[in-house]
Ligand binder design. Structure first.
Ligand SMILES: *Cc1c(COP(=O)(O)O)cnc(C)c1O
Length: 388
């Protein structure tokens, strides 16, 4: 191997937090759009503080870059799912920022969490007991968020458990409940009666902790239920420019594009099988392009025979099965000679949003986004990047 490329390879593989080079494709993240969306959420919920949900590496976009950029725009509240995710972010955020661990702590993690100044969400009586015990052991009152279950049956204390906890000797002496939170099951269906019922139960349970700030709303609730969002809102999707409701919200800034590359172009006759199991057989002579993404990249296998990609304004249907590392688009509509290996293909962008892909596959936009693999190079644009 020539030494120059060996050195380049070495640099790529050793760079801390390095993202893959653009062989599969490029996931571009517009940081200015994310900041504009943060401000849009603030305008939609003017009486609330806007937190940022940056769990799962900011939905796969790169939390170590995005969280500090949001902090630069004034955000001080950051939600992740796991303690390890919070520990990754703590050094990049200002002292005044707060990081919350939505899933709460696994047993034994209390000291790691407290020492880093990270705030756990207490979801169960066990988590509450362990946090209180740790606070007592170190002789220091410790902050927490308390989650109550108001009807999603996922995380949080039920009404009886809340009563038990608040009667428990010493709990409020050792644990400073800063925020009481709950999560809505049906916020993406604003007309569902389940929402009003959860809001009612939340008000009832939260009133038992009058000092604590209230937090109830994800992105869909910020848009659809703006009258009852509480003092601290928790959007994820909206910050990343993805609309949880349709029709699309005015003023939301698309923040993501995803491109792949053409690897090979071929012309085939009618009656030729394409891809695994010959799931597709050409009905007439076609031109086909093999693309650099497959289901191992989180480009969903279910798009085979169903989805499309774009070059400029031309829609190119995906034919045959999506393979692990490749998929095949029918490019017959692009004049011969106008497409060649190396050309860029739009997977997500102006012609195809994450929400549209999710609707096509009957899944959540969150699932599409968090599935995008680390073979895509993450490229940040649109904002003075924070110093590494
Ligand atoms: C993931 C999550 C959110 C953010 O949801 P979006 O739909 O992305 O806005 C908010 N709150 C909790 C508890 C979550 O788990």
């Amino acid at each position: 191997m020539p030494t120059e490329s060996a050195a380049r390879l070495n640099e790529i593989s050793n760079r801390p937090g390095a993202s893959a080079p653009a062989e599969a494709g490029v996931l571009s993240v517009d940081l200015s759009a994310i900041i504009a969306n943060y401000r849009l959420v603030q305008a939609k919920a003017p009486s609330a503080r806007v937190g940022a949900v940056v769990k799962a590496d900011a939905y796969g976009l790169g939390a170590r870059t995005i969280a500090p950029v949001l902090a630069g725009a004034g955000c001080r509240d950051f939600f992740v799912a796991h303690l390890a995710e919070a520990l990754e972010l703590v050094s990049g955020l200002p002292e005044s920022a707060r990081l919350y661990v939505l899933n709460g702590l696994a047993p034994g993690m209390e000291s790691l969490c407290a020492d880093a100044g990270i705030v756990p969400v207490l979801n169960t009586l066990e988590q509450a007991r362990d946090w209180q015990a740790y606070a007592t052991a170190v002789g220091r009152k410790l902050p927490a968020v308390l989650q109550v279950d108001t009807g999603m049956s996922r995380l949080g204390l039920g009404a009886d458990e809340l009563e038990t906890l608040l009667r428990q000797p010493g709990f409020l002496d050792w644990v400073e409940v800063r925020v009481v939170m709950s999560h809505l099951a049906c916020a993406d269906m604003p007309d569902s009666p389940a929402n009003a019922e959860q809001v009612r139960r939340f008000a009832e349970m939260a009133s038992q902790l009058p000092e604590a700030e209230q937090s109830l709303a994800n992105s869909a609730a910020v848009l659809g239920m703006s009258d009852c969002v509480g003092g601290l809102v928790r959007p994820g999707l909206l910050l990343y420019g993805i609309d949880p409701l349709s029709p699309a919200t005015a003023g939301l800034h698309p923040a993501i594009t995803l491109d792949a590359r053409v690897i090979q172009v071929r012309s085939v006759q009618a009656g030729v099988g394409v891809g695994y199991d010959h799931d597709y057989v050409t009905p007439s002579p076609r031109r086909l392009a093999t693309l650099s993404v497959g289901y191992a990249d989180g480009w969903p296998r279910a798009l085979g025979g169903k989805g499309a990609v774009w070059i400029n304004d031309v829609c190119l249907p995906l034919v045959g099965r999506v393979s692990m590392d490749t998929c095949v688009a029918d490019v017959t509509d692009i004049p011969a000679g106008c497409i060649q290996p190396g050309d860029k293909v739009e997977l997500i962008g102006p012609h195809q949003s994450v929400s549209e892909l999710a609707a096509l596959l009957e899944t959540a936009p969150h699932a599409i986004l968090t599935g995008l693999g680390n073979r895509f190079e993450r490229r940040f644009t649109g904002h003075a990047l924070p110093q590494a």
